[in-house]
Design a protein around this ligand. Structure first.
Ligand code: SF4
Length: 245
């Protein structure tokens, strides 16, 4: 039986730089392509000719494998990175759920990490999430604020996505900056609260090493969110400060 293939940007071992598992060692599968175009995106959107694959979890040498990669090839590349030494395996992008058919074949075949599969997603593709839920242990879901991301509102998609995701370990990430609007933060809080007391991370956008929303705004937003949720943290992207990919 021939298994599906998908375009990947890179497979590597590094530290998780965002969210509630910041600092944990993960294997990253960065899948190519995204269905959104956020203004602050730092990810290359084109499909690369080759996937950069780290050869072992410590040394920094990479091999270039032609795209698309088959399920068998990805399993082989993950095994080479000693998954048992890692907290989890992060599916990232782009938007990994664009490749849901590929992931449905890949995920049950992957070797185990300590805490399983960690899905990083923009939270707008609920139909693609549903069949993958049995294989995913943690979901790090964005709710996009249109004023910050510069995209159309996706409230209804986010609402349906979080309702589904709430059967797994899930947290929500809100990316905020000086242009984030109060009424959009309120809408995001309503969506989160309607799915349960789900942990929330406020992730301030940084530009040139500086926060684009000052501490006063971050403290105020955190205090407001703590009125309706019990776990609300402010965590910037840490991997960039450490010089990690
Ligand atoms: S969802 Fe993520 S990968 Fe897609 S455009 Fe927005 S920031 Fe970039």
């Amino acid at each position: 039986m021939s298994l599906p293939a998908a375009p990947l940007v890179e497979i590597f071992s590094s530290l998780q730089g965002e969210g509630i598992f910041v600092g944990c060692r993960q294997i990253f599968l960065r899948l190519a392509g995204c269905n959104l175009q956020c203004s602050y995106c730092d990810t290359f959107h084109d499909i690369p000719q080759y996937c950069r694959c780290q050869a072992d979890p410590v040394r920094g040498d990479f091999r270039l494998i032609p795209n698309p990669l088959t399920v068998q090839e990805v399993v082989k590349r993950v095994k080479a990175l000693s998954p048992h030494l890692h907290h989890s395996l992060s599916l990232t992008g782009g938007e990994p759920l664009l490749h849901a058919t590929f992931l449905a074949e890949l995920l049950p075949r992957l070797p185990k990490t300590r805490e399983g599969i960690y899905l990083e997603t923009n939270g707008t593709l609920p139909e693609q999430l549903e069949p993958l839920l049995p294989y995913v242990d943690t979901i790090a879901m964005d709710i996009k604020l249109p004023s910050t991301a510069g995209i159309r509102p996706a409230w209804e998609e986010h609402r349906r996505f979080l309702q589904l995701a709430s059967c797994r370990r899930v947290f929500v990430k809100l990316i905020v900056d000086h242009e984030s609007r109060e009424e959009e933060i309120e809408e995001a809080l309503r969506i989160i609260r309607s799915a349960g007391d789900i942990p929330l991370v406020l992730q301030p956008v940084t530009a040139g090493g500086k926060l684009r929303a000052g501490p006063a705004k971050l403290f105020a937003w955190q205090a407001r969110a703590l009125e309706v949720l019990s776990d609300v943290r402010v965590i910037p992207q840490v991997h960039k400060w450490l010089g990690c990919p």
